[in-house]
Structure formats: structure tokens, C-alpha cells
Design a protein around this ligand. Structure first.
Ligand SMILES: Cc1cc2nc3c(=O)[nH]c(=O)nc-3n(C[C@H](O)[C@H](O)[C@H](O)COP(=O)(O)O)c2cc1C
Length: 358
């Protein structure tokens, strides 16, 4: 039962909006894992174009990933306050403060329609449970679905609505955290605890995500009962990664020793490298709920990237990102598997020797 037919190797590349490129998706799928194309911030036209680019580079299956869940209502006054709070950062970067708060330009139904039309082998999602018609449409089209859970309860909720597999995301994970049933404080479970809890709670395949930095952690999550490891940060420095030069520079520095969960950039909790913007904005009352804060801070983040100013940039990364290597993605996937075999053999050796002494 715990199988995923399209996986030759038990490795899924996490969808990483802002870092994954079509080349990275194709490289991981070509290497025998499953590449994942994040399109949560893309228009339907861009979704079609990106999927076509991946298809130009691989004939193998890959996943396409969207954000689901309802957008929290926000008043014009709340938006204006959150927008105004960003004025000093725009001034520091020398960019104009728009007269109107930048608004969310995307619509899930339209994004999903584009995904459905393209019919990828796998549709993965985070932040909640899609409406039943979305899962029905995937089922009819033969698209395998993967939902994201931060607790065993969320894994059960996803299984109940007929999702084909669940990716459980531990506290260590880089990027946005996809909890949807309980507040983040009650959904912050480490991968080592979360995987067996989820594996015992559901009978669909469980993918493990969060802090899987090398083959040792791959072996660990497989031993915990996961069907595959979903790795994000381990691929951030790979040759095919779209991480900007300033982001790469910070990821390769000692700054990665301090990652934190923050909602200052998007209105939802995400793990990234701590910086001045996070320190100054944390606890501020003027942070709009997701996704509004994402759109409000977008020009600040873009300007910070262009100007090489990491102090104002969201730099999503997990707690094990210091293990990331600047190699081709295929080499990273191969090393994850080879090192997992070695780690499993070493663990097995310890257990066998212990048995002989007993
Ligand atoms: C830069 C970055 C962007 C991310 N974007 C997405 C995304 O678009 N969709 C999603 O489901 N998860 C996203 N995630 C979370 C990953 O799916 C995954 O849970 C996480 O990378 C696993 O932890 P790790 O980074 O420690 O390997 C992102 C993670 C990172 C690091």
C-alpha cells in the first residue's frame, strides 16, 4: 500500500517557490526522484509556460504545486496600515511607496484550471484541503494528489477526503509551514516525532519533510516508516536552483545558523534566515494576513534581491540548510540515496552487533 509508482528513488524535491526552476524539476525527475514545480504565485499563462518548459526537459513524471485554503478577509484600513508600515523599508531601498496597497492578483480556481488542463502526473498542495471538486477533477484525470500536513490529525483529515499521499512537514522545514487545523504553536512538531505519529495514523503513503539535509536523514525517515523523503533546503544551492546571488551568498555563510519561523513577509509562518526585517517587524501589529502581506512586501523583496541587500529579503531555509552543497541536482539525489544506504547499513551493523552481545 505504501508505494508511489512513479518514484524510482525515495526522493521528492520539495516545491520551492522563488528557488525551484524547470531545470531543477526535470533534473530530479530524470535522476529517478520526483521533481516538484511550485506555481502558487504564478498566473495561468505562466503555469502553462513553466509546465511546458519542464516537459521540454524530461519525459518523466513530476508534481505541480499550489497553495490552497481560504484567503483571510482583510479590511481596507488594515491593508493601509500594513502598507504604511513598509514605507521606511521602501525609502531605505530607494523605491517608490505605491499610492495604493498592492493587491493579490491570483485566483486559485483559475490557477488550478491551468494545472488540470496540463495534466501533470502529480498535484501537490499546501495550506489546507482543497474543495471536493478539485480532488474529484484530479481523480477523473488520473492525477495523483499529495497534501501537506503538520500534525497527524491533519494527515488523517487529508486521508479522509481521499488524498493519495500526505507530506508531513516537521518544525525544521524551510519555507512556509502548511498547518491548517490548529494554531502554529500546536503544529510545531519535529520530523522525528511527526513521521511515526502520521505513519501510524494513516494508511496512505507518508512523505517526510523538514530538516532532511543528507542521506543520514533520508535513512532515518525511511526507518520511521516514510515512503520517501521530500527535500527542500538540501537543493537550494544546487546548480539548477533559481536562488538569487545574494540569497546564495547568505545560504553559504554562518547566517544559516539562525533560522526562525516568521510571518512578517507573507502573513503566514515560514522558516527563513533571520535578518533585520524579521527582527524589526516581528510582533508588529501592522502585518496583514496571508496572502495580503505577501503582495504588500513583494516590491521590497524584489528590490532587496536586485540591490543585494539581504537585510530586507525573505531567505527561506530549513534548520539543516548548512548541509546543502553546490552540486548538480542529480549528484545530490544520487548522494542522498548512496549515503542513506550507508547510514542504514551502519545502523543495522550496530543492531546486529548488539544482538550478538546480548
Ligand atoms: C525556498 C523554499 C520555498 C518553498 N516553497 C514552497 C511552495 O511553494 N510550496 C510548498 O508546498 N512548500 C514550499 N516549501 C516547503 C517545502 O515543501 C518543504 O516542506 C521544506 O523545504 C522541507 O524542509 P527542508 O527545507 O528543511 O528540506 C518551500 C521551502 C523552501 C525552502
Amino acid at each position: 500500500m505504501r508505494t508511489m509508482p512513479f518514484l524510482d528513488l525515495p526522493i521528492v524535491a520539495a516545491p520551492m517557490a522563488g528557488a525551484t526552476t524547470p531545470r531543477l524539476v526535470a533534473a530530479v525527475s530524470n535522476a529517478g526522484g520526483l521533481g516538484s514545480l511550485p506555481v502558487g504565485y504564478e498566473t495561468p499563462a505562466a503555469i502553462h509556460a513553466l509546465i511546458a518548459q519542464v516537459r521540454g526537459l524530461t519525459a518523466r513524471p513530476f508534481a505541480v504545486n499550489l497553495f490552497v485554503g481560504t484567503s483571510v478577509a482583510v479590511t481596507a484600513a488594515e491593508l493601509e496600515r500594513a502598507h504604511e508600515r513598509l514605507r521606511p523599508y521602501r525609502a531605505a531601498l530607494g523605491i517608490p511607496h505605491p499610492a495604493q496597497p498592492p493587491a493579490n492578483a491570483l485566483n486559485f480556481d483559475e490557477q488550478f484550471a491551468a494545472v488540470l488542463q496540463a495534466r501533470p502526473a502529480v498535484f501537490s498542495f499546501t495550506f489546507g484541503i482543497p474543495e471536493p471538486w478539485v480532488l474529484d477533477a484530479c481523480r477523473s484525470a488520473g492525477i495523483f494528489t499529495i497534501g501537506t500536513a503538520k500534525t497527524a490529525d491533519e494527515a488523517v483529515a487529508l486521508e479522509r477526503v481521499g488524498v493519495d499521499a500526505v507530506c508531513v512537514q516537521g518544525y525544521e522545514a524551510g519555507g512556509h509551514h502548511g498547518s491548517f487545523l490548529a494554531p502554529i504553536e500546536d503544529s510545531s512538531i519535529g520530523t522525528l516525532a511527526l513521521v511515526p505519529l502520521a505513519v501510524d495514523a494513516v494508511s496512505i503513503p507518508v512523505l517526510a519533510a523538514g530538516g532532511i539535509g543528507d542521506g543520514r536523514a533520508v535513512a532515518a525517515v525511511l526507518a520511521l516508516g516514510a515512503t520517501a523523503a521530500q527535500v527542500g533546503s538540501a537543493l537550494l544551492l544546487c546548480e539548477e536552483s533559481g536562488a538569487s546571488p545574494v540569497y546564495r551568498r547568505v545560504l553559504a555563510s554562518d547566517a544559516v545558523k539562525r533560522t526562525t519561523l516568521t510571518r512578517v513577509f507573507s502573513g503566514r509562518h515560514a522558516r527563513g534566515v533571520r535578518n533585520r526585517f524579521i527582527d524589526e517587524m516581528s510582533g508588529a501589529a501592522e502585518i496583514a494576513p496571508y496572502p495580503h502581506q505577501h503582495w504588500l512586501t513583494r516590491d521590497v523583496r524584489s528590490a532587496a534581491t536586485a540591490q543585494g541587500r539581504p537585510e530586507y529579503l525573505s531567505m527561506w531555509a530549513g534548520q539543516a540548510v548548512a548541509l546543502a552543497k553546490p552540486l548538480p541536482a542529480a549528484a545530490i539525489v544520487a548522494a542522498l540515496v548512496a549515503d542513506a544506504r550507508a547510514a542504514a547499513a551502519a545502523a543495522s551493523g550496530i543492531l546486529v552487533r548488539a544482538g550478538q552481545r546480548a
